[in-house]
Design a protein around this ligand. Structure first.
Ligand code: SF4
Length: 260
């Protein structure tokens, strides 16, 4: 019998999802840049020249009914354990004493990158915490203010997408579905008075959304620009002069806050 060649899924990351939710063309510029670096030859963005800009991304919104915002300092219990840290990430808060750190072998991934072979999806949460009941909680850390900076530009959609994506990666790596993911805000640029965190439930509807979103991105042959001030001011390809649709000049000071 002749071998059947299955199509290879386009590799996607949580960053791709977040970027596509703002501006598909930004994601495409990042993707083509990555491809150029990998292959050593320039890769052309798939967005056809002359594509009409859109008012918003075609990505349908993730479920937000269960998103909860908490102000103040997050507390973990004495029996909770830190089981994964992204070793490549600088400036993460120290939330656990060394004796409360127990690396989970199933989360070692490929050099720390969690890979979901089924969905062609990969990425690295900042931290994963194992609660006393065994629940595994991915934590994404942002040094910014809970309600300003990144949130001011991108709202809670960012938190929701990021948390769902990281829950799926932990689920794929361990076989255990996290009950929720956390995005933790440190407000290090302020006085720390607006620390807080966002909890996003991870159930079947969230996983269903993620699967559909990845399929939608892969089937988008245009990846149109969404030139809006809130997008373009923090868009890295814009800062490199790679987008002719930009609605606003790139602002490195906002980007520095947003990316922390
Ligand atoms: S500059 Fe604006 S329109 Fe262009 S890729 Fe970036 S976010 Fe999209």
């Amino acid at each position: 019998m002749a071998a059947v060649l299955l199509p290879t899924l386009e590799h996607l990351t949580p960053h791709d999802l977040v970027t596509y939710s703002r501006c598909p063309h930004e994601m495409e510029l990042h993707r083509s840049e990555r491809a150029s670096q990998l292959n050593g030859t320039p890769a052309t963005p798939r967005t056809p020249i002359g594509t009409r800009p859109e008012a918003r991304s075609p990505l349908f919104s993730p479920p937000v009914h269960s998103v909860q915002v908490f102000e103040g300092r997050i507390d973990f219990g004495p029996l909770d354990r830190l089981v994964y840290v992204d070793a490549g990430e600088r400036g993460l808060p120290v939330l656990f004493a060394p004796e409360h750190t127990e690396p989970e072998p199933k989360l070692s991934g490929r050099n720390g990158t969690l890979v979901d072979e089924e969905l062609g999806f990969a990425g690295r949460p900042d931290l994963v915490v194992r609660r006393v009941d065994g629940d595994l909680i991915p934590v994404e850390y942002k040094a910014t203010h809970l309600f300003h900076d990144l949130h001011g530009f991108h709202g809670r959609t960012f938190d929701t997408i990021q948390a769902i994506a990281e829950c799926r990666l932990v689920h794929a790596a361990t076989g255990r579905r996290p009950s929720h993911g956390v995005v933790l805000y440190g407000d290090t640029g302020g006085d720390g008075g607006r620390e807080g965190w966002v909890e996003v439930a991870y159930g079947e509807s969230e996983e269903h959304w993620l699967r559909a979103a990845l399929a939608q991105i892969r089937s988008d042959r245009v990846r149109a620009p969404v030139p809006a001030e809130r997008n373009c001011a923090t868009c890295e390809p814009n800062g490199l002069g790679r987008c002719s649709y930009a609605a606003r000049r790139y602002d490195p000071s906002i980007r520095a806050h947003a990316a922390e």
